[in-house]
Every structure is written in structure tokens, then in C-alpha cells.
Design a protein around this ligand. Structure first.
Ligand SMILES: Cc1cc2nc3c(=O)[nH]c(=O)nc-3n(C[C@H](O)[C@H](O)[C@H](O)COP(=O)(O)OP(=O)(O)OC[C@H]3O[C@@H](n4cnc5c(N)ncnc54)[C@H](O)[C@@H]3O)c2cc1C
Length: 512
């Protein structure tokens, strides 16, 4: 492990960086990770408050069914060995204004029965039938293995993909080209239309209809689940594994510049003024910061500029975490409540009205997140980065606005669960500035790019994993491979595979 003599510096100990570190050690590179925060994990994290665990970023993890091909990366990393995984047969519920609950079941038959109850229009029924038939079809489709980041797909990969998914291509293209909220508009029944607009959590979300369709099929096949420990558990596991393999991890070590000599990346300059040298440098942090700040924008071309200047950035969030002295174990894990009066939440994405409130009962997915008899509740909103960034200039106003958001959410929860106000023991609010400050991600984006319904995938393919004119340098993580834990972990695997190939070494996925 780590004894080939060749050294690799990795910037950032998020999932991508940790994964690259582990695969690097497996392949006998001497790897060192520099992480600016005081703990590794990046977005994949959790924190404790008075006995409650608040999870930063894991709603569902892909690749948890060890019998399926998409679990390769977790299997090789050893993460799921002996770990309990919570599954659900519904993606989320919508509670309408009359108090009825509608579930997005992962069983297409149940889903069809549920949605049919919401309409008497034959045209709507036709669309529901098609939707459920397509989900059934997708359940039988081969699993996308995530083993190679789409941004580095060449013509052969494209061809293989086309061949594998040919029978499903029409459906995939159809759902990929329409946003959930636009898909919902075709239903004649207004209540059905509104409920369908929540099919992927929130109509505000810039997500194609393909995502909920794929996710429902995935949940049906148990490809998605919530492993015990959530995001913090995953990061802690990878950190331990990395260190056990001899990897070196330095926290509170912010990289300021990437050192370049003769058009080769040769090391990094840290904020504290120290210089560290290596044969290869991998950026596993914010892409823009690496390209335009750490490298001063010297290694770009029109494709790099195009994606980073024009690529639509996925929005950030406003999240209210509550630790509550009350048992909510009988509540659904995720429920969108439709409101009679819009919530007056400040600083929402593109000034959206808030006609609903999304509540997640995290401790129903992992009971260890709350002390016995108590619960963790989370409410989440897509947020306006500029609003919160401006406010952050005045820390007192920023703090007050966060308190205001928490009190609006609490007021609403009190209507829903009378008595809860006095049972709240801990409150924590994360804004886009929180996401940006703790991980360095541009505008606090939670998933890098809005990839579906846009030309980002084409643009990213023209950039790939390297920069023009710069040798011994690679980029991984969500800005290169799109967001999502499985994708970024796979990008860490893939970069080491590419380095092995360049060094004419056999890529291995186990320890010696
Ligand atoms: C709220 C939320 C919910 C999500 N839900 C899900 C989900 O349910 N399922 C799923 O699969 N994905 C989900 N995601 C997406 C997923 O968490 C991310 O795409 C993924 O964790 C990103 O990993 P990364 O390693 O690419 O980047 P990051 O996690 O951003 O890691 C980058 C690391 O680099 C460090 N860094 C930055 N700059 C420097 C510097 N100058 N010097 C040193 N270190 C630096 C940062 O501190 C950070 O640790 C969610 C994300 C969020 C925020």
C-alpha cells in the first residue's frame, strides 16, 4: 500500500477525495489529502446536538443492493459490509389540504391505484397508465452501473450505453426532456396535477421527470436505501479505511494555489504558506475554485469557460433541523404538506411562493439519530444564494433571519402537531452560505450542475477530467461527475484507474 514511490496530492476530503485516496492507496500510490475543514466528508457529514444527529446530505444512497452492478464502488470500499440499510416502498407522501395522504409507491400497481383515485378524466388516466407501465419497464431494465463518469464517456462508451438501453431509449429521452413541474401540468385534474408536481419533493426543483421515475424503479429494486449512520457514518467509515491503509489526511489545511512548473502540476501551496510537492495533483473540491483561483485561470479553453460561465448551477438549500422530545415513528419518512396559506419564508429560490412544507422524519430512517422516544425533524427549501450572501454581511441580521425561518416553520408545525413548540429541544438552520462556507462549493450548490433538460452533459464531456495544457493534474467530484454520492465516489475510483493506465500499471481494487 502506498509504496510505489509515486506521490499524489488530493485537494479536499469529501467523498470524491476520500475515495480517490483509498483507491490510490490500493494501487500503491503515496497519497496525501489536504482538507480545509476540521473534519473530512464535505457535504457528506452529520453533526451532533444534545444527543440528536443532524445529517447534512444523505436522503437516499444509490448502489446499496449488493446483488446489483451499481454497488461496485461501495463493495470495493467495504462500506456496506454488515451495515444495516433502511428501505422504503414509497418515495414520499403528499398530504393535501383536506388532510388526505397520497403516496408515491415504488410498486407501479399500487402507484397506479393511488393516482387513479385522484382523477375522473380519461386523458389523465391514460398518462397515469403510461407512467406506471414505464416504471414497470424500467424495473426490468439493466442497472446503470455508474462505473465510469459520464463526463469521460467516449464514442465506444456511448455506443455500449445506447446498445444496453436501446429498448428504453424513447422513454428515457421523453422523461429526461421534461421538468417535473411541466410534466405535472398536462394533467386535467388540478389536484392530481398539483400532487404530481411533488413527485420529486418540490416543484421548485429544477429536475427532470426522469429522476423520480428512475428513483421509483430503483426503490422497487432496493437499489436505493438509507444506510445506518447516514452521511456522517459514510464519511467516518472512509476516513478510517483511508488512514488504516496508510493514507495521510490533514484537516484545517486549505489549499490556496496549485503549484505548476513547465506546465506540470507539481504540488500545492497551503493558506499557512507551506508548500507540498507530489507527482500528481487531483482536485476533489469546487471546480471553479481549482480552475480559476488555484490555477489563476491559466489552463482553460472555450469549453472550460463555456461550462463554468454558462452552465446552470443547481441551487442551494435552506434547511431547518429540529430535535424534538416526541416520538414520530408512525409518521412517513418524507411528507409534503400542501398549505392553505403560503408560508412567508424569506430568501427562497427565484422568489418562489411556498405553497407547501416538506418535512422529513430522519430518525424514522435511522433511530440512532435521536434518543429513545425523541425525533429528528427536518424541513427543507430551495433557497436564493444572493439573498443569504448579502444578509451574511451583517451577521446579526443574518442570525435573526435564520431565527425567523425557524419560527415560521415551528409555527406551522404547531398547527400540524399541537404541542410540538414546547417539545423542541434543539434548532439548527443551514443556509446557502453555510453550505458554501463549510465546503467551498460555488454558490453553496448542493449538486453542482442542473444536468437534466440542459446541455451541461455535452459541455462537461468536452472538458472531462483534465485541463488543456496542464499535465499531472486531474479534477474529480461533483463538478466533474455531477452530484450524487455514488457518482462522486466513482469519480475517485476512475481517476486512479486513469493514473494507473498512464503509468502502465494494473489497476487493483483490493488491498495487497
Ligand atoms: C443537502 C444535500 C442533500 C443531498 N442529498 C443527496 C442524496 O440523498 N443522495 C446522494 O447521492 N447525494 C446527495 N447530495 C449530493 C452529494 O452529497 C454530493 O454531490 C457529494 O457529497 C459531493 O461530494 P464531493 O466530494 O464531490 O464534494 P464535497 O462534498 O463538496 O467535498 C469537497 C471537499 O473539498 C474541501 N475543500 C474545498 N476547497 C478546499 C481547499 N481550498 N482546500 C482544501 N480543501 C478544500 C471541502 O471542505 C470539502 O470537504 C446531497 C447534497 C446536499 C448538500
Amino acid at each position: 500500500m502506498g509504496n510505489s514511490g509515486k506521490s499524489v496530492i488530493i485537494i479536499g476530503a469529501g467523498l470524491a477525495g476520500l475515495s480517490a485516496g483509498i483507491y490510490g492507496q490500493m494501487n500503491a500510490y503515496n497519497t496525501t489529502i489536504f482538507e480545509m475543514h476540521n473534519i473530512p466528508g464535505g457535504y457528506c457529514t452529520s453533526w451532533k446536538r444534545k444527543g440528536y444527529t443532524f445529517d447534512g446530505a444523505m436522503d437516499w444512497l444509490n448502489g446499496v443492493n449488493l446483488n446489483e452492478k451499481d454497488s461496485t464502488v461501495w463493495k470495493e470500499l467495504g462500506y456496506l459490509d454488515g451495515r444495516k440499510v433502511a428501505y422504503s416502498d414509497e418515495m414520499l407522501c403528499v398530504r393535501d389540504r383536506e388532510g388526505n395522504t397520497w403516496s408515491f409507491h415504488s410498486d407501479p400497481e399500487k402507484l397506479e391505484n393511488e393516482l387513479m383515485k385522484l382523477t375522473s378524466y380519461e386523458e389523465d388516466k391514460e398518462i397515469i397508465r403510461k407512467l406506471c407501465k414505464d416504471i414497470s419497464k424500467l424495473i426490468k431494465a439493466p442497472v446503470f452501473d455508474f462505473i465510469k463518469p459520464e463526463a469521460v464517456f467516449g464514442p465506444i462508451d456511448q455506443f455500449k450505453m445506447l446498445f444496453k438501453f436501446l429498448p428504453y431509449m424513447k422513454m428515457l429521452i421523453y422523461y429526461n426532456q421534461v421538468m417535473v413541474r411541466d410534466y405535472a401540468k398536462q394533467f386535467k385534474d388540478p389536484r392530481l396535477s398539483e400532487i404530481i408536481s411533488y413527485m420529486y419533493f418540490d416543484p421548485i426543483i429544477p429536475q427532470s421527470q426522469f429522476t423520480p421515475v428512475y428513483q421509483l424503479a430503483g426503490m422497487n429494486k432496493k437499489l436505493l436505501g438509507f444506510p445506518e449512520g447516514g452521511g456522517g457514518g459514510l464519511a467516518a467509515f472512509l476516513e478510517k479505511r483511508y488512514k488504516e491503509m496508510g493514507g495521510k489526511l490533514y484537516c484545517k489545511a486549505r489549499v490556496k494555489k496549485i503549484l505548476v512548473e513547465d506546465n506540470k502540476a507539481v504540488g500545492v501551496l497551503l493558506q499557512d504558506g507551506t508548500k507540498h510537492y507530489a507527482d500528481v495533483v487531483i482536485s476533489a473540491c469546487d471546480g471553479r475554485a481549482a480552475i480559476y483561483d488555484m490555477l489563476d485561470g491559466k489552463f482553460v479553453n472555450e469549453h472550460v469557460d463555456d461550462v463554468y460561465n454558462k452552465g446552470p448551477v443547481y441551487p442551494s438549500l435552506l434547511r431547518v433541523y429540529l430535535g424534538v422530545n416526541r416520538d414520530f415513528k408512525n409518521e412517513p419518512h418524507s411528507v409534503a404538506y400542501l398549505l392553505n396559506e403560503p408560508l412567508d419564508i424569506p430568501g427562497l429560490y427565484q422568489n418562489h411562493r411556498k405553497d407547501s412544507i416538506m418535512i422529513r422524519h430522519y430518525s424514522n430512517l435511522d433511530p440512532s439519530f435521536a434518543p429513545p422516544g425523541k425525533s429528528v425533524i427536518n424541513s427543507v427549501f430551495f433557497a436564493d444564494y444572493d439573498y443569504w450572501k448579502e444578509l451574511y454581511k451583517d451577521k446579526e441580521r443574518y442570525k435573526k433571519e435564520k431565527e425567523k425561518v425557524a419560527s415560521i416553520v415551528t409555527k406551522y408545525l404547531e398547527q400540524l402537531y399541537p404541542g410540538i413548540k414546547d417539545q423542541i429541544e434543539v434548532v439548527d438552520v443551514a443556509t446557502p452560505v453555510t453550505y458554501e462556507r463549510y465546503t467551498g462549493n460555488y454558490r453553496g450548490s448542493i449538486k453542482a450542475w442542473i444536468e437534466d433538460t440542459t446541455d451541461v452533459p455535452d459541455k462537461l464531456k468536452k472538458v472531462g477530467m483534465t485541463l488543456p495544457g496542464l499535465n499531472n493534474f486531474y479534477m474529480i467530484g461533483q463538478w466533474m461527475s455531477y452530484g450524487g454520492m455514488i457518482r462522486v465516489a466513482t469519480s475517485g475510483r476512475y481517476v486512479i484507474q486513469a493514473i494507473c493506465e498512464k503509468d502502465r500499471k494494473k489497476f487493483v481494487t483490493h488491498t495487497a
